[in-house]
Design a protein. Structure first.
Length: 197
């Protein structure tokens, strides 16, 4: 297994560790809150850095593999949905935004499997890139809120949560538009027209 794929595996490992860290205060009481916050921050930063590095290394050194093509988007989906489940559980993420993003991610995975079965790919679109940026923004803002609200609680939290809610809705909108654009491109290409039913 090459270095980019090892980094992707590291990201996959960080995801359940992040979730376990999130649950520590619920399992062991508020005494575990500080450990939870620190571990969540470490897991999130590690996961995002590995996501940033694996693609760059794979492209730069021509280490793109069939396993990596499948595992990397899977790791992205698993990590984002895990983060969003935690943020939703804390009341930070609106239910509508969570549902839209969850449906989009599973639907995109399904379409990608169909396209890979045909040996074809669809190029990324501007909404997909916007979605990726907004996912990162809302995740960072949520992590900052979780850390800051523990160490420096105060009246700033109400305004911060309003801003965070707006960004979650923007992420959901970009997610929905990216899926619509992606699905439309597949339909227009007729790439799946020969599939047996």
């Amino acid at each position: 297994m090459n270095i980019p794929n090892r980094l992707t595996v590291l990201r996959l490992i960080m995801v359940p560790v992040f979730f376990i860290s999130f649950c520590l205060p619920e399992w062991f009481g508020e005494g575990a809150r500080m450990i939870s916050v620190v571990l969540m921050l470490i897991c999130y930063v590690t996961a995002e850095l590995s996501d940033l590095l694996d693609g760059k290394i794979a492209r730069k050194y021509h280490l793109v593999t069939d396993l990596g093509k499948v595992m990397d988007p899977f790791a992205d989906t698993l990590s984002h949905l895990t983060f969003f489940v935690c943020f939703y559980g804390m009341g930070l993420m609106p239910a509508i935004a969570f549902i839209i993003i969850m449906w989009r991610e599973f639907s995109i995975l399904f379409l990608r499997m169909l396209m890979m079965g045909k040996g074809k790919a669809v190029a990324a679109n501007i909404w997909g890139k916007s979605k990726t940026v907004l996912y990162a923004v809302v995740s960072i803002l949520s992590i900052v809120y979780i850390v800051a609200s523990y160490f420096v609680p105060g009246s700033w939290e109400d305004i911060y949560r309003i801003v965070l809610t707006v960004f979650f809705y923007l992420a959901a909108l970009a997610s929905l538009l990216s899926f619509t654009t992606y699905a439309s491109a597949i339909i227009k290409s007729k790439a799946l027209s020969g599939m047996t039913r």
